[in-house]
Design a binder for this molecule. Structure first.
Ligand code: SAH
Length: 350
């Protein structure tokens, strides 16, 4: 089995090549070819000796996932179902914001977190994605964008999967994407989103990186959270909030709380007040990002009206909580997390 060098951090690649008797500089050269010149064939890396290129050809690769299905939305959103070497399929989405092109990266094949409203969890996790596969998601999208002279400028690890259930690979991937000799995507342009794995949040806070952290909260109390997010039973609200508070202190960064508004479940003004109270009680300086729910056919939940979303946002802001409402993309394609994959897998069974 050849090792895929995509997604190696620069220190990891340096260590790998030094162990083969190469100079430290070799990894920097390969990094420059791959990420700056976007050359994925060792044969073209002309400033590397023929001998070492032969070693690279024999033992390593820079393979990208294949595009299995592509959906283009009228608003510019591109959704890809990518096929990995073993046939596993994962979703990747490009969201064209006015400030840049953001890609939503999947971190696992399927997901075990079981959130009640989410289409990704319709299929259990079969395996983790490697750092190379996650980098592959970015580079495939980047190749598509290059025809319009555009590049991926922002990364959110918010596709299928729980990043902190695949901690090491996700960290390698985001560090490689952030490295100045690599893709060089600014730390503040990269966001990792977790459903609330407390141990992961604590570890992440001590990484010494500036990469953003988002927490999928979706409820102002344990009672509602337990109903829709099974993870909440293992990590109740007080443990989660204490970990977020410690994260803010250790990392010196604010988190973003994501909050999907589900009609009649968590979207009343009393819930907004309860959320504001919670955030103030723990003296957390978080932002809240309200997410209009993307309805999933197999799930009973309904989206709140935009009027309700706005009223909820206004109440939070009045209570001194920094609040934004997420822009929606791809309304005319299978844009909800995991929907395209789920549809294709279902069709395959019929
Ligand atoms: N497991 C991680 C990352 C993947 S989910 C996490 O939970 O954060 C990314 C975000 O999309 C989460 O906030 C998730 O709750 C949300 N999400 C899932 N299904 C959704 C849907 N149908 N509509 C809107 N947001 C959804």
């Amino acid at each position: 089995m050849k090792k895929n060098l995509l997604g190696y951090t620069l220190p990891q690649m340096t260590e790998e090549f030094v162990a083969l008797g190469q100079t430290k500089y070799r990894a920097k050269q390969v990094y420059a070819w791959v990420y700056q010149k976007r050359v994925l064939s060792f044969a073209e890396m002309t400033d590397i000796s023929k001998d070492f290129r032969a070693t690279l050809e024999r033992d390593y690769c820079l393979d990208l996932p294949k595009i299995f299905t592509r959906q283009d939305s009228s608003d510019g959103t591109i959704k890809l179902l990518l096929e990995m070497e073993d046939g596993a399929k994962v979703e990747t989405v490009l969201m064209p914001y006015n400030y840049g092109d953001a890609i939503c990266v999947s971190s696992q094949v399927g997901c075990n977190m079981g959130c009640a409203f989410c289409a990704s969890g319709l299929h259990r996790r079969t395996r983790n994605l490697t750092a190379a596969e996650m980098m592959g998601e970015v580079l495939v999208m980047d190749q598509l964008l290059s025809q319009w002279g555009r590049r991926v400028t922002h990364i959110v690890v918010m596709g299928t999967g729980e990043p902190f259930d695949n901690y090491d690979n996700v960290l390698s991937f985001v560090k490689a994407a952030n490295d100045q000799s690599g893709l060089s995507i600014g730390a503040r342009h990269i966001t990792v989103s977790t459903c609330g794995l407390v141990d992961g949040i604590r570890k992440y806070g001590k990484e010494g990186i500036q990469i953003n952290l988002a927490i999928s909260l979706h409820a102002p109390n344990d009672e509602i959270r337990n109903q829709i997010m099974p993870i909440s039973k293992g990590y109740p609200m007080d443990k989660l909030m204490e970990a977020v508070k410690d994260y803010e202190e250790n990392a010196g960064r604010r988190v973003t709380f994501e909050y999907i508004l589900l009609a009649g479940l968590n979207d009343s003004l009393a819930h907004a007040d309860e959320l504001a109270d919670l955030i103030h009680r723990y003296q957390i300086f978080a932002y809240v990002n309200l997410i209009p729910y993307n309805e999933v056919a197999e799930k009973p939940y309904r989206r709140s009206s935009m009027k309700q979303v706005k009223a909820f946002a206004d109440r939070l802001m009045k209570r001194g909580v920094n609040t934004t409402v997420r822009k929606e993309f791809g309304g005319d394609i299978d844009a909800a997390c995991g929907q395209l994959r789920s549809k294709v897998l279902k069709e395959g069974q019929e």
